[in-house]
Ligand binder design. Structure first.
Ligand SMILES: Nc1ncnc2c1ncn2[C@@H]1O[C@H](COP(=O)(O)OP(=O)(O)OP(=O)(O)O)[C@@H](O)[C@H]1O
Length: 781
């Protein structure tokens, strides 16, 4: 529907009026912030002037404390006002450029007059504070904008459902306080605005989608009901975008209690963290905590083992097909990520309740003080009905007592006397002061030689025993490496733990591989989480109770162990898991269980599943092409955005490949594309491509250690391109040789779906068999 010039003029006049008010308010606030700032500085300087410090009598001390507390409260209140004013100012700074992006006219049932609701990234009230000139997009009423076309509509508020009629829905593009476009829409969110948003060039940073959130995304963003939200969404369907908008929504909805540090996002790799880091600040919110599961594993196990990271594992999977152990390794990777293996570990833990726990000897100065066997006997003497962590707790207490007794006996050993002779004057002085502090001795009694010797001996032993006690408190006497290894030492051992007694075909080889790696203090990626799970079930889970919301992006890459882990680690948290089965590129995820283990995590009552099928990232021709790479691609709907059809070019050899790709990159650069990615299969192929292509054009090579995402032309291995997007994608070698095995289909799909506007595939020799539909691409010669 076209809008008249009159409407446009009136809306611009309103923009001018509102922006004028924003400027006025900013001036007031700036003055206020300055004043409060000065106030606080002055107050800090004179803080002690108003405090009467008198600690002579208990009563005086109480008074002193009260007056200090009062002063501190005044200061903290002023600081709070200051913070609030500053935040308001930051929001206004954003609003002065783009005060809003939408308007709805809504008449509540039973009311005569409707209200014009203008939506922006923050709210703005009139001078008297009783009327919203701009509503925050997260306010309850704003939901109407995302959920309904004009007509009957309703929205939820904490006080109940409000129903009415939406008479108008208008969208704006406003920049520098000037209306650039204006549309009245009949459909939910007008395609026009979305088209405009999607046709933009890619940035080095992800953008917020606040003005064009789609209805199905809004349901995810505003969901407050379920403990667990599972989102299966096609590539480019806005999973990550919805997750970030949801973080912003939650921070607004629970603004009195929820802060950014109460939210954690688990992302696929460190570069992804940099890619999404500006979305929340753009919306005026602080970033949540961001981490990767690997980072956590490193933190927990990195000191005991040399850990293999997911990139090293996938490189092995993609490049070592000729390795003699390859088949067993792959079977091992899949099995160790399965719920069957989790069952094995759970059963093994039950078995450990009765027998075969392993403990290390407690040694001191090369002498075994308490043998592992003795600790084990003690462990099994403790009430067998108690869970393992409780028994371990009691065991640690017993050990500490034993060590204290042993320390007493140690004092008369010759080494103590030798150490004493080595003490210098300062050590003596230290001992003396320490004794005095403990009020055990007076100056005179320190003259007593034998007493002094005894005390020094006690001190020396105590100091040397200190690390030992610390180790016991940290439960280092449990031999977790041996307990984990025991599971693989004899291939027969695990049979009774496996569901139906069924272990993988190559279990014997898997056992040998695992044991020999552990022997070398290496932990394969597939072993890291089961290992940590076993450790935590024995020692007791370390929990984080301050986190309230956990977001897991690329959830298809997580194993049942990892989900169980996250659930236990964050016991007070809700969870939002977003993934795409078609991008399950890791060997373990091809096991087929998909997101199913997730659904059982909290039970059906506390779980809600959402499916996003519309893909927004790529043009229609690219989606038409990429969805046919899959067996199940029909369910993916393209958003209607035109663009050029993907090209496929077969070349004879590597030199022609480089030549053609170099030309293509130049053409793409001249076409104005800002981010161009040459996607290779592996790190090794990326390195080769980088070395040859950089003779023609400046490039950047992305590796697993890359932590920042920048625009430009880059070369990147397929699995690292996950989650990010580029204006144009060049598939370096989409040949049968590179992407021919069934288990490479999803990798190829993931690589191709990174393209927003252009996709060009090159192939040395025969094409990948996944490209089947000649109608979806242009074959170039
Ligand atoms: N409602 C929307 N309005 C505007 N742009 C959108 C919307 N939803 C998604 N997009 C855009 O589509 C692109 C893909 O979004 P996003 O990366 O969130 O998808 P994804 O489902 O996480 O993709 P993948 O699974 O491939 O990582 C981004 O450029 C995003 O800005």
């Amino acid at each position: 529907m076209s809008t008249t010039k009159q409407t446009w003029r009136e809306e611009q006049q309103r923009v001018d009026r509102i922006v004028g008010k924003i400027h006025k308010r900013m001036a007031v606030l700036e003055q206020q912030v300055g004043d409060i700032n000065k106030d606080i500085v002055d107050f800090r300087k004179t803080f002690w002037d108003d405090v009467t410090v008198n600690l002579d009598e208990p009563d005086d001390a109480v008074e002193t404390y009260a007056s200090m507390k009062q002063q501190a409260e005044v200061l903290s209140e002023r600081e709070r006002i200051h913070r609030h004013a500053r935040n308001q100012l930051t929001t206004l700074q954003r609003l002065q450029d783009t005060p809003y992006f939408g308007r709805i006219d809504f008449t509540e049932d039973g009311d005569k007059n409707g209200e014009c609701v203008y939506l922006g990234i923050g709210s703005f009230l009139n001078e008297s504070g009783d009327q919203f000139l701009i509503y925050d997009w997260r306010a309850p009423v704003s939901s109407l904008y995302y959920d309904y076309p004009p007509g009957p509509a309703h929205y939820e508020t904490p006080g109940g459902t409000i129903s009415g009629t939406m008479d108008l829905k208008r969208q704006f593009i406003i920049r520098e306080a000037c209306i650039r476009s204006l549309f009245d829409t009949g459909v939910t969110i007008g395609d026009e605005l979305l088209k405009e948003a999607l046709s933009k060039q890619a940035d080095a940073q992800m953008k917020s989608i606040v003005a064009t959130i789609q209805k199905e995304q809004n349901r995810i963003i505003r969901n407050e009901r379920s403990r667990l939200l599972v989102v299966q969404g096609a590539a480019g369907s806005g999973k990550t975008s919805a997750a970030l908008q949801r973080v912003a929504y939650l921070l607004y909805r629970y603004r009195d209690t929820l802060r950014a540090e109460h939210i954690v996002l688990f992302s696929p790799n460190p570069m992804f963290n940099s890619y999404v880091s500006t979305v929340l600040p753009e919306l005026g919110e602080e970033n949540m905590q961001q981490t990767t599961f690997q980072e956590y594993l490193e933190h927990r196990l990195g000191q005991t083992y040399q850990l293999e990271d997911p990139s090293a594992q996938i490189e092995y999977v993609l490049t070592a097909r000729n390795d003699a152990d390859y088949g067993a390794r792959i079977e091992g990777i899949r099995y160790k990520a399965s719920s069957d293996f989790m069952e094995v570990v759970d059963q093994y833990l039950t078995y450990l309740l009765q027998e075969s726990m392993q403990f290390t000897d407690v040694t001191f100065r090369d002498e075994v003080l308490i043998t592992g066997e003795c600790i084990k006997t003690r462990f099994y003497a403790i009430d067998g009905s108690l869970p393992i962590p409780n028994r371990i707790g009691l065991l640690a207490e017993w050990l500490l007592d034993e060590l204290k007794n042993l320390a007493r006996r140690e004092r008369s050993k010759p080494w103590v006397e030798e150490e004493m002779e080595l003490l210098d004057k300062e050590d003596y002085l230290r001992a003396f002061q320490k004794l005095q502090r403990n009020k055990r001795y007076t100056e005179e009694s320190f003259d007593d030689f034998s007493r002094e010797q005894e005390l020094l001996a006690a001190m020396i032993v105590k100091e040397q025993f200190h690390p030992l006690l610390k180790q016991v408190k940290r439960l280092k006497f449990i031999d977790i490496p041996a307990i984990y290894k025991q599971l693989f030492a004899d291939p027969e051992f695990a049979i009774s733990f496996a569901p139906n007694g069924a272990l993988p075909q190559q279990w014997t080889s898997i056992c040998m591989q695992t044991a020999s790696k552990l022997e070398r203090s290496e932990l394969a990626h597939e072993d890291a989480t089961p290992y940590l799970y076993l450790q935590e079930r024995i020692e007791g889970f370390r929990t984080n109770t301050s986190v309230r919301h956990v977001f897991i992006d690329e959830a298809q890459d997580y194993s049942p162990f990892q989900f169980a882990f996250l659930k236990r680690m964050f016991p007070r948290s809700k969870m939002t898991a977003l993934g795409d089965l078609n991008q399950a590129i890791y060997a373990h995820s091809t096991a087929g269980s998909g997101l199913a283990p997730l659904a059982s995590l909290f039970g059906a009552d506390e779980t809600e599943m959402f499916v996003l099928t519309r893909s927004y990232r790529s043009t229609r021709p690219i989606v038409e092409f990429t969805r046919r790479l899959l067996d199940t691609g029909e369910a993916i709907e393209p958003f209607n955005r035109d663009g050029s059809i993907p090209s496929v070019t077969k070349v004879a050899d590597m030199s022609e490949l480089i030549d053609r790709i170099a030309h293509r990159i130049h053409a793409l650069q001249e076409g104005g594309h800002r981010t161009i990615a040459v996607i290779c299969k592996t790190a090794e192929e990326s390195r080769q491509a980088y070395e040859t292509l950089q003779e023609f054009t400046p490039l950047r090579l992305i590796g697993k250690e890359t932590t920042s995402f920048e625009s430009g032309t880059l070369v990147i291995p397929s699995y690292l391109a996950k989650g990010v997007e580029f204006d144009a994608v060049v598939i370096y070698n989409g040949s049968h040789a590179q992407y021919g095995e069934e288990d490479e289909r999803k990798l190829f799909y993931t690589a191709c779906t990174r393209a927003m506007h252009e996709l060009h595939i090159y192939s040395v020799g025969e094409l990948s068999p996944f490209i089947t539909d000649p109608d979806t691409y242009a074959l170039e010669s």
